[in-house]
Every structure is written in C-alpha cells, then in structure tokens.
Ligand binder design. Structure first.
Ligand code: NAP
Length: 313
C-alpha cells in the first residue's frame, strides 16, 4: 500500500521515529520554524503532522501544508495549536489524554512530599557531611493537610485520589461542581479555594482562557506558608506575582512548568522555598511510549478514514 506523507515535528526517540518511518513516508523537522524551508513538493504531499513541540502552530504554518488533514499532538495539552485556525481549514486535531494521568499525578505528589519534608535539602545535608554536626531541622507534616485542586479534570482527579490516601481534606475549583466522593468541597471561585488550603495544586488546561488564572489576587488569598504546586502550564500562573510572594517568604512553591521554558526566570534559582522540575510530569519511558503509540494510532485511524481515537473537540 502507498505510504502517505507525514511530517514529524520535534525530537522523537528511536522507538517512535522507527515506527513512523516504517508506516509513513516520513519527513522530520526538529522545529516548526523549519517548515517553511522544507521542499514545497514534500509540503504539498503532507496529509498529517505528528506534532511534539510547544511552539505556536497557527494559521501561517497550516497554510504551508495545503493538503493537511490532521495534527496529531504528542501530549494532552494542545494549547500551542490554534484550534480555530485548524477548524477553519478542515484540519482535525488529536491529543494523548489519560495515558499520562498516573505519571503527572505521581510527579505532583513527589514534588509535594519533597517540598514538605525538605528531601533535596536533606540529601545535600548528608552528602555534604553536615549530619555528624547535628540533627537535620524539623520540617512539616504532610499527611492530613488541606489540599486544593485547581481544575479537577483527568489529572486533577488523579492527584486528588492519591491525596486521599494521605488523609488529606480535598477541596477543588472547576467551572462546575463534579461528581466527587462525599466530603470533597467545591469552591465557586479560585480565590475561595486558595484561601482554604495548605496546598494549591494547579491542574488546569493551558491557553488563553486560563492565562494568569492564578492571579496576584488568588496568590494573595493563600495562607502564610501555603504551597503552590503547578503541573499544568506556566501560563496559568501570574509568575511575577508568584515570585514576589516567594521572595517575601509568604508562600512556597513546587513547579514543573514555567513561563519561557527552558530559560526560566533566574529569580527562581536562588529561592530556598521552591522545588524546581524540568517539565518532566509525563517523562517516563512507559508513558512516553504510550503517548507515541496513541499519537500514531490517531494518525492510522485518520489515514484509514476511521473515527479518531482521541479528537480534540
Ligand atoms: P482536563 O481533563 O481537560 O482538565 C482540565 C481542567 O481545566 C478541568 O478541570 C477544566 O475545568 C479546567 N478548565 C478548562 N478550561 C477552563 C477555563 N476556561 N477556566 C477554568 N478552568 C478551566 O485536562 P487534563 O488531561 O487533566 O490535563 C490538564 C493539563 O495538564 C493539560 O492541558 C496540560 O497543560 C497539563 N499537563 C502537564 C504535564 C506536565 O508534564 N507537567 C503533562 C500532561 C499535562 P472544567 O472541569 O470546569 O471543564
């Protein structure tokens, strides 16, 4: 059977690029910005893009691909893709939901525990030979605290379910109340949630609609020594307001995502009350393999004219 032209954008491990090269006439570019310099004949042939990038994929890029019918995104968050521009051009978009819930939720829990029990500082304390000089300072109890989930979607729910095992009181905010276990508390506003919890865990979608959702006002509502945990997108938090609150020692933070990744604001680097992670929420071999398989399964369904597995609606 004739292999269809697919353009892979981004850096893929061998297991993905070998599978794509086997199944499609594959062209690979490291960055979306390289699309314009790709051979026009090849761009004309392209019917699908396997997309793995945070770079903005807008109308201008789509217009370089006149026969494009599908953008298959590697990742659940598709905020980099202009969905309206795709819809206007009859281009379908898919993402990779659910297969990464466990890993992202595990990462949130790991950051929370690391922050609360000062795990990075404890590790340095032992390695640097300071233990014989005296005991490590006492830290804070994790189990039994009050956790607030900002955005109780797939990942937010996975985080909340884990926190139940730690005896946490669960509070949440979303645009509407959800079907949740008895005892979980819905807050109609982000400020209302922020004011009632020790841990404010952000699991919102990214994009224009949630830009600065965790505003200066929301941050101001957080109690002294509460901790902001962000595994969503850097865009959801007013980072300047967050940095001010962190530098004032009012709150702590555990962050997997930032504005301007990977060149994050250097003010973060010297703060003792922050856990910093390199956007690695879904970054396990098992989950990245599953995400690649789902990305290709959507492309396969599209090429066969079958219903897409996980369309963005
Ligand atoms: P989801 O199931 O769609 O849940 C998203 C949540 O965001 C829902 O609670 C939703 O509220 C809320 N939301 C959406 N639009 C909103 C708006 N305009 N105003 C207020 N709230 C809004 O998504 P998910 O699968 O859990 O993924 C969440 C995000 O996690 C992804 O979009 C991605 O950015 C991020 N993520 C990060 C990593 C990482 O490596 N750190 C990995 C994977 C995903 P409603 O319930 O009211 O609709």
């Amino acid at each position: 059977m004739e292999r269809k032209r697919v353009i892979a954008v981004g850096s893929y491990p061998d297991w993905d690029s070998e599978a794509m090269s086997r199944d499609y006439a594959l062209a690979t570019i490291a960055r979306l910005a390289d699309l314009a310099s790709l051979d026009p004949a090849l761009r004309n042939e392209a019917v699908a893009v396997a997309y793995k990038s945070g770079a903005s994929f807008g109308a201008a890029e789509m217009d370089l691909l006149p026969n494009l019918g599908l953008i298959s995104n590697f990742g659940v968050g598709y905020d980099a893709i202009n969905i309206e521009a795709a819809r206007d051009r009859g281009i379908r978009v898919t993402n990779t939901p659910d297969v990464l819930n466990d890993d992202v939720a595990d990462t949130a829990l790991a950051m929370m525990l690391a922050h609360c029990r000062c795990i990075p500082a404890g590790d340095r304390f032992v390695r640097e030979g300071r233990w014989p000089g005296g005991d490590f300072p006492l830290n804070r109890k994790f189990s039994g605290g009050r956790a607030g989930i900002m955005g109780l979607g797939r990942i937010g729910r996975s985080i909340a379910d884990r926190l139940v095992a730690f005896g946490m009181e669960i509070h949440y905010h979303a645009r509407s109340a959800k079907d949740v276990p008895a005892g979980w508390t819905f807050h109609a506003t982000p400020e209302g949630l922020a004011a009632e919890v020790d841990w404010l865990v952000v699991a919102l979608v990214g994009g224009a609609a949630t830009q600065d959702y965790i505003s200066a006002e929301v941050i101001a509502c957080m109690p002294q020594d509460a901790v902001l945990v962000n595994i969503s997108r850097g865009s959801t938090v007013d980072e300047a307001a967050l940095l001010d609150a962190l530098e004032a020692g009012r709150i702590g933070a555990a962050l997997d995502v930032f504005r301007n990744e990977p060149d994050i604001d250097p003010r973060f680097l010297t703060l003792p009350n922050v856990i910093l992670q390199p956007h690695q929420g879904s970054g396990t071999v098992e989950t990245r393999r599953a995400m690649g398989e789902l990305q290709r399964a959507n492309i396969a369904a599209y090429l066969r004219g079958e219903p897409l597995l996980t369309p963005v609606t």
